[in-house]
Each structure stands twice: as C-alpha cells, then as structure tokens.
Design a protein around this ligand. Structure first.
Ligand SMILES: [Zn+2]
Length: 53
C-alpha cells in the first residue's frame, strides 16, 4: 500500500494548530486531530500538515 502511513511518522506528529495527538483514519488516508478535529491529507505517504485558514 503506497499511501499507507508508517506508525513511526504518526508517533512523531502532533497537530500544528493545537499540538494535540493525531489519529490516523485508514479508510480515507487522513490524519485527524483528537482535539480541534482538523483533518490533514496524506499524499504519497507524507502527511500534508499545512493548516488552511
Ligand atoms: Zn488540533
């Protein structure tokens, strides 16, 4: 699976907006913040952590 995110990457990441833990949603390949619920796309296995206004 090319778009699979490695668990090591996930452990190192925190939400750029509020610094909370991120959860990986496998079904749509997104990271979701456990606190502010922002969603981050994963592109080619790399999370796109840009916060859009
Ligand atoms: Zn957040």
């Amino acid at each position: 699976m090319e778009n699979e995110l490695s668990i090591e990457i996930l452990d190192a990441l925190a939400c750029p907006a509020c610094n909370a833990e991120l959860k990986y949603k496998k079904e749509n390949s997104r990271l979701i913040c456990s606190k502010c619920k922002k969603e981050f796309r994963i592109e080619n296995g790399i999370p796109n952590m840009l916060v859009k206004e």
